[in-house]
Design a protein around this ligand. Structure first.
Ligand SMILES: NC(=O)c1ccc[n+]([C@@H]2O[C@H](COP(=O)([O-])OP(=O)(O)OC[C@H]3O[C@@H](n4cnc5c(N)ncnc54)[C@H](OP(=O)(O)O)[C@@H]3O)[C@@H](O)[C@H]2O)c1
Length: 295
């Protein structure tokens, strides 16, 4: 019999990849505020409404939960700590303490680190700089406390958002396509995975008998945001002169952001999960982009 698997955030950039990938092998359920045509078992709820969430969990009794729902808008989180806390911490507590759930996958972020180091390993001390990452880090603690078998996946992602996308990759691509001049940070480094690859790797984790705990899921090599934009420009024949190389310090965001949050993925690799290089990650993303747009 297929296991019951609940995905939160399945209408989002990452969650939709889980929904696509896992619907064959699992009996997949989804929850969220917007309807999802591709989900056969969708409950239309705001997961910050704890009573509704508990009721739905009691109806589904999921054996596995993949918790992707979040507010990734750093400005929103900074402007409203309570909302961010309610979503990233309180809802996470309700989800991770549900008694039927054996495995709980919490999608976390590389930005739990302050970015003063690099190549972070799982045991490095977290030091989140803003409300988004502070509440995501608190969510990690909650999962480790309440879930039977917690798996914290620290990651960064690039991909396609449903509808009109505003992810980092899509922003860069759209600006360059419109011949807009853009700035790329030469001192902000990351090693993201393509959302589809991350979904594949989490699926591998589900099928392998890997010890519970915290894992970094990342590309095996890193890149600056500036060079990432250059790679996009090269791939699509945009003018690389549109991209100006600057330091993040030259812009005043008003919100603290970490500079180098590159993640060391040796722990997951040693458990049999192999990650692509950043070049392979970019290629995988481009292949799908071309398929989508016939570019
Ligand atoms: N995007 C990044 O660059 C990045 C980097 C590192 C880690 N991550 C992590 O990766 C995960 C997925 O991020 P993403 O980029 O895919 O996010 P996204 O595209 O913005 O999607 C967010 C999802 O959360 C759901 N959601 C938000 N508030 C909700 C609420 N109150 N009730 C129910 N559902 C709610 C949204 O669904 P509805 O609007 O339908 O409710 C949507 O499906 C997150 O946990 C994030 O922290 C993201």
């Amino acid at each position: 019999m297929k296991k019951k698997l609940l995905i939160t955030g399945a209408s989002g950039m990452l969650g939709k990849e889980f929904l696509k990938l896992l619907s064959f092998d699992y009996l997949v359920y989804t929850v969220g505020r917007s309807s999802i045509k591709t989900s056969k078992n969708h409950y239309l709820i705001d997961i910050t409404e704890e009573d509704s969430l508990k009721q739905v969990l009691d109806l589904i009794n999921p054996e596995i939960i993949i918790h992707c729902a979040a507010n990734v808008n750093i400005n929103d989180c900074e402007a409203n700590y309570e909302n961010a806390y309610s979503l990233h911490v309180n809802s996470t507590k309700v989800l991770s303490s549900h008694p039927t759930t054996d495995k709980f996958i919490y999608i976390s972020t590389d930005s739990v680190f302050d970015g003063t180091k690099s190549n972070y390993i799982e045991t490095d001390t977290v030091n989140p700089l803003n409300n988004y990452s502070k509440t995501k880090a608190k969510g990690e603690e909650i999962v480790l406390t309440f879930a039977k078998n917690p798996y914290i996946i620290r990651t960064n992602i690039i991909g396609f958002s449903p509808g009109l996308g505003n992810s980092f990759f899509e922003w860069g691509f759209n600006e360059l396509r419109n011949s807009a001049n853009i700035k790329g940070f030469n001192d902000v480094f990351f090693n993201p995975l393509y959302t589809k690859d991350l979904a594949d790797k989490v699926n591998e984790l589900l099928s392998l008998n890997i010890p519970k705990g915290i894992y970094n899921f990342s590309s095996s090599s890193s890149i600056s945001k500036y060079h990432f934009l250059i790679e996009i420009a090269k791939e699509f024949n945009f003018d690389i002169k549109l991209i100006q190389s600057i330091s993040i310090d030259a812009l005043n965001f008003g919100i603290k952001r970490p500079k180098n949050t590159t993640l060391n993925n040796a722990k997951a690799s040693n458990n049999g999960i192999v990650f692509p290089s950043i070049q392979q990650t970019i290629e995988n993303l481009f292949k799908d982009f071309k398929k989508r747009t016939n570019a």
